[in-house]
Design a protein around this ligand. Sequence first.
Ligand code: LLP
Length: 868
Amino acid sequence: MSAENESWVVLKFGGSSVANADNWPTIASLCAKRQEDGHRVIVVCSALGGVSDALQDLLDNPLSDDGAARLATIAEQHRLIAKAVGIDADSILEASFAELEQLVAGIQLIGEVSVKVRARVMALGELMSTRLIAAYLANSGTDAGWFDARDALRSEDVEDRRQRRAFLAATCDAQPDSTLSARLRNLAAVVVTQGFIARNSEGETVLLGRGGSDTSASYFASMLTAERLEIWTDVPGMFSADPRIEPSARLLIALHYDEAQELASAGSRVLHPRCLSPLRRAQIPLYVGSTAHPEITGTMVSAHIDEVEPRVKGICIRQGLVLISMDTVGMWQQVGFLARVFAVFDRHHISVDLVSTSETNVTVSIDSAAGEVSDEQLNELADDLRALCRVRVIHNCTALSLVGRKIRTILSRLAPVLEVFEEEKVHLMSQAANDLNLTFVIDEQQSTRLVRKLHASIIRKSGQNSVFGPRWEELFTSSEKTATPRCSWWTQKREQLIELSRDKNAVYVYDLASVVSATDELKAISNIGRLLYAMKANDNAEILKTLVAEGVDFECVSPGEVRHLLDVIPDLDTSRILFTPNFAPRDEYAWALQKGLQVTVDNLYALEAWPDVFRDQSIFVRLDPGQGRGHHEHVRTAGIHSKFGVPLFEIDELIDRTEAINATVIGIHAHTGSGVHDPENWRQVATTLATVADRLPSVRCIDLGGGIGIPEKPGDKAFDLGELDRSLAEVRAAFPQYELWLEPGRYFVARAGVLLTRVTQMKGKGDMRYIGVGAGMNTLIRPALYGAYHEIVNLSRLDEQATESVTVVGPICETGDRLGSDRLMPPSEEGDVVLIANTGAYGYVMKSDYNRRGDVPEVCLGVNGERQ
Ligand code: LLP
């Protein structure tokens, strides 16, 4: 091949790829294939995975006693992998080991590390790994040679005060360089060189910053005007979400440079964001593939994609964000205010990421995930900013970004999807000026749940096409998916459950010990004066008895519930019942008052139309605090679109009405919705209600309703009852005159219940696989009604690998009769026992006889495990 039309391919292998000896033959065979295809090959490698961290550790603790031991560990890692691939590290790396020892001895002597020495020490990681790889390739018959990347990559000069950056996070110009091509050609057919390192104009070693190996590879591609850069890593490409969070994340087959750049910057850790611009400039395509699975077609990034219509291609999160919220009352209009604010950031060398502004507030985010900004720096920054405005530093935030080209044109289609944010506090929202991303900054603990929800509604259902490839779980089911370890009560009582489901089409089973432990958790909320159980969630007699014995009171919504409760517990003092009906007929109120129940009124109509019923009575009033929350719009019970509660603008009228009939408002109540995960909800409700209560002098108690959410998917975080308690403590400190009540339903019972059913039939239709079970939407309506998620497992095969992605359906004649979609399960057989988890709340009570499929039995396991 003549020098003019020689075609280079750059292959880059990351730290985890080179740290595994099994991958080295793949590296050799990829080199061979590219050569066969007529390319010249340059291989760019990172340090062996773990080595950079170990070196960093040595540098960060220069005076620690175990320096020698740490050095020995690093050397040993190289010896082990060399041995595994049949070469001898000591002879190949003799000089590098000696240099490392010498540098470390010098550091220990001086007791500190200059940036120049730091760069030299860190560079040794790449210098050593590439020496070994070049030797291995040569040993296995490849015409391979080693090249010092520093002889090609020259860093750009920067001003003196940025010295640290110049040595530890340098950039290079990387213009096409025909002499480089000639130099490499003379060396060998396959050239092995280092990522991450370069030289400055003084000839000193500099680093390209963490993750800089991708950037080195793209510099080489650009200088050699390569045909293609291939980045071989531990995942087979870029995905629509982090597969560790969302196993149904889709492989992205084709991306535009802009999108890949945006995904990389928004938190997808597959590529380093900096590596894309040299490629884009030179229009060099980038392929991302997995070293361990080179057979899987990965992601191609280029300027050409078959874009049919704009769409969201990825949902990324970046954790560890810190927000600085600046209230600017009175200063906003002043010329130069923003300039002065940003000058302060500049002075502290803190770079701002996202910005959002309003008339009175400027909020910015600082990316602290890289650990670059210390708390001390932040405090100093905040102190200086305080001279200009009121400042609040908000830690532990996450930026959740929807990424895709022309995102603005998709906004209207996204609107319904954005309802997932309704119950979250969005600290900041920003739509990138480049029209590639829409970012929400939210509290860290909610982020993974929201990624899953958004992914389910935006991306998961797209069919296979030129953008979305297979799901992660499809790619790795057979080889890597094992049954997830679980520690719920039902795994411990598995044998007993299988036994009692014998001969049953479906059965609800409740574990009373779990009810008691949930009750104990709720009782530990010290700022709650009275705990009631919203019995609509589950009115099983054994559960009611268990709760009475625990000292819990009851919230009922109909005479039927009250009668059932009194049938089960005849001697229950009726003063332990709060009666909270909605749009009920007159007779029910009269009946309840006559029975001595505490009655809640939630509409002025009742007081107006039936004054005699309420005359001289002591009542509770349910208010609508204005904002509903909850897992689905059907269960958000406040706000203009809900039928519940007296709106705040009717308080004057409420006062007039009650005075007119001499009724006394002794308590106020609100229930904003069900399945709420943010403890802040109850603080807001309590504050609103307490403010209203101040106008109603007889009010003694404030009932904050129920609504506490439970973790649904494996890995979801539990609701933080401690935080709820702390925020209620603040409310109590501000309004000590009121007793606070709470009336959860779900939290008491949801996790205590499972629905057991049996596999009836299987079916494959196109790429869909169905498993039929005996229970359907008649038995458990939550998935059909709210799209609710319930974990589903094959209890008979709990220890087997989950290798099939299936949709679990019931026997009812509606397409909506689906208990779960895209669930990973082991291959199932007719008669297997399937368990549907977290069905203790709103399961049995919402069943129906639709299709006349009859009742479903309930069984309780006693506190000591016996059947009741
Ligand atoms: N208080 C009142 C006034 C309520 O209306 C409710 C529930 C609760 C307390 C108890 O809420 P919990 O703590 O259980 O979230 N069927 C739906 C839930 C409807 C909730 C209705 N009201 C579901 O399956 O998710």
